[in-house]
Design a protein around this ligand. Structure first.
Ligand code: ZN
Ligand code: FE
Ligand code: FE
Length: 292
């Protein structure tokens, strides 16, 4: 299994720091944002410290990592033309950065239709993806399964299939499955993940899943909320989430934790839980005192 978490990328070390952070968690993969997820301020590719990061990855046999596009990209917005134009422009740059950094997967939230309706939103996402994807694009865009919060698109596999149907170079598309989002969207991740995959396979083969976001959820199944919880501490629970990491088809698929920072061992500040959660998942046994 390939287990990791999202990591930062900042300061002088940039991507080298990301790899160091991932290694400090005992991870064998990782996911990063190319800058703050909530804005579009980005450094030049030459300043990302890519060769040093790759040297360290190689030293530790790390091969795959994932890039996540910022949340403010909303290709589904037909209400504000500026938002859509910015999304297309920025996504083109993210594809370039992702390729330059050596990842083949850029995770993207499909978008939110902000009141214009699902059909208009999906048509706009298709139009946007057709503007950025080319036949020789080296990066796959992995559409993330969403919770359905607000007017979010992507809480049903059928919507993702409609996006694939409209995109010319849809061999460049992939899916990122987020277990918290699936739960919040109404899927029974806790008791029947196999059944969830069966529903998925009505639209896509499993090999379209390029990344898994492994998160527990603070909310009940179907809440349409999207609030991540630490592994084993939410409504999905440890056994179901650990089970996801043991599925043979996902042996080579990056499994990324996006669980919240928390107090650990009585710490004053909230700390990254990933080292403990990764170890617990590898071990396969839930420890209810892991953060004490
Ligand atoms: Zn995401
Ligand atoms: Fe996610
Ligand atoms: Fe989320």
């Amino acid at each position: 299994m390939l287990l990791g978490s999202h990591v930062g990328m900042s300061g002088k070390e940039m991507m080298l720091g990301s790899v160091k952070e991932a290694l400090s968690y005992g991870a064998d993969t990782f996911m990063l944002y190319t800058g703050a997820p909530q804005n579009t301020k980005r450094k030049e590719i030459a300043e990302l410290n890519i060769p040093a990061a790759h040297a360290l990855m190689e030293e530790h046999g790390m091969k795959k990592f994932i890039v996540h596009a910022p949340y403010i990209i909303n290709l589904a917005n037909t209400v504000n033309a500026e938002t859509y134009d910015l999304a297309v422009m920025f996504l083109k740059k993210e594809i370039e950065r992702t390729a330059a950094m050596g990842s083949d997967t850029l995770v993207l939230h499909p978008g939110a239709h902000v009141g214009a309706g699902e059909d208009a939103g999906i048509a706009s996402i298709v139009k946007g993806l057709n503007e950025v994807l080319t036949s020789d694009c080296k990066v796959h865009i992995a559409l993330e399964t969403m919770a359905g919060k607000g007017s979010e698109i992507g809480n049903r596999f059928e919507q993702l299939a409609r996006i694939y149907d409209g995109v010319k170079w849809n061999d460049k598309l992939r899916i990122c499955m987020d277990t918290c989002h699936l739960n919040d969207a109404g899927f029974d991740v806790k008791n029947d993940f196999e059944g969830v995959l069966k529903q998925f396979e009505r639209y896509f083969p499993l090999n379209q899943i390029a990344c898994i976001h492994l998160n527990d959820s603070k909310n009940d199944q179907g809440a349409a909320k999207d609030r991540h919880e630490n592994i084993g501490y939410g409504t999905i629970g440890f056994d179901a989430l650990c089970g996801v990491t043991r599925i043979a088809e996902f042996a080579d698929t990056p499994i990324i934790l996006e669980t919240p920072y928390r107090e650990i061992g009585g710490s004053a500040d909230k700390l990254a839980p990933y080292k403990l959660e990764i170890a617990m998942l590898r071990d396969g046994k839930f420890d209810p005192k892991i953060f004490d």
